[in-house]
Design a protein around this ligand. Structure first.
Ligand code: ZN
Length: 82
């Protein structure tokens, strides 16, 4: 089985952060992030973003339309270091 690539990691990152991936896939993403600076940055950025959105709306669920807007932004611009 070949290791997953950056594109796959990025499509799974949200599930990864939510702990909703299969154990084996979670381990692969985790390992990739450990060796890939790009994906590590992206994962950290997403994690902070989710935490921030959660804190702002005071609930566990981030509104889907807000997430979609954020994702659209993420695809247009790389994350800026915080
Ligand atoms: Zn990567």
């Amino acid at each position: 089985m070949c290791p997953i690539d950056c594109r796959q990691v990025l499509t799974q990152i949200e599930l990864y952060l939510d702990g909703e991936l299969d154990v084996s896939l979670h381990a692969e993403v985790h390992e990739h992030i450990g060796t890939c600076g790009n994906c590590a940055d992206r994962s950290e950025f997403q994690r902070r973003l989710k935490a921030m959105l959660r804190a702002k709306c005071g609930c566990d669920e981030v509104p889907a339309d807000l997430l979609q807007r954020v994702h659209a932004l993420l695809q247009e611009a790389p994350p800026t270091p915080l």
